[in-house]
Design a protein around this ligand. Structure first.
Ligand code: G3P
Length: 219
């Protein structure tokens, strides 16, 4: 499973990229607003820091302007994946941009029918939002399981399932169990993946016992 980080905060991205765990980055207009920086400066910094795909979202909602924006974003760096919303115009734009050789992430996917359409138009990634479905008492992970089953039925469906709107480590583990291709994870959740209170307690005990021996590994 690949890990993307879901943020436009370059300090967080640099820090996490240094672990070697990052396979890509996703941004969206809300995350760019939160970062409070110029969109193009942020993208340049992120693309220079991470080799994998960096999702940059169009803000146009009509096909022609989506294509113009998408082409401009794609020209910024080789690892840009243009993000388009799962609307008719977004699907049309996905098809054309993909034909032009651009990676496309179709975002705001909330249903199986939407996921099938994203695969039909050749999206590189489809982003189902599990947390937002959970928020309205649907089961986001059921959607992931069903998309996986459907995509596995057709060799021609090469779209990768990019699980988005992840809220806690359980979402990541369940996505891995279901065989999703990628999770895009907020930095705070990514850090939680390594935490366990028994690890902390065990380490404390080992160090205390080690100190009692008076020995050192390095002099
Ligand atoms: O990148 C899109 C997605 O991950 C948004 O998550 O927490 O705003 O639902 P959230």
């Amino acid at each position: 499973m690949k890990f993307f980080v879901d943020t436009a905060d370059i300090e967080e991205i640099r820090d996490l990229a240094a672990t070697g765990l990052l396979d890509g980055v996703t941004t969206n207009p809300s995350l760019v607003a939160k970062a409070g920086r110029d969109f193009f400066d942020v993208l340049a910094d992120i693309c220079a820091c991470v080799e994998g795909p960096v999702s940059a979202e169009v803000t146009a909602i009509e096909f022609e302007s989506m294509i113009e924006e998408g082409r401009k974003l794609a020209a910024l760096a080789n690892n840009i994946a243009v993000k388009v919303p799962l609307t008719w115009d977004g699907l049309k734009a996905c098809r054309l941009l993909t034909q032009e050789g651009t990676k496309v992430n179709v975002t705001l996917c909330f249903s199986l029918s939407q996921a099938v359409l994203a695969a039909k138009v050749g999206a590189t990634f489809v982003s189902p939002f599990v947390g937002r479905l959970d928020d309205i008492s649907h089961d986001g992970m059921d959607l992931i399981a069903d998309i996986k089953k459907i995509y596995d039925n057709y060799e021609s469906f090469t779209t990768e399932i990019l699980v988005a709107s992840i809220r806690h480590p359980g979402h990541v583990v369940e996505a891995a169990r279901l065989g999703a291709d990628i999770c895009t994870v907020p930095p705070v959740v990514l850090r939680k993946l390594a935490s366990h209170p028994l690890t902390d307690r065990g380490l404390e005990q080992f160090l205390e016992d080690w100190r009692s021996t008076g020995q050192k590994i390095l002099n």
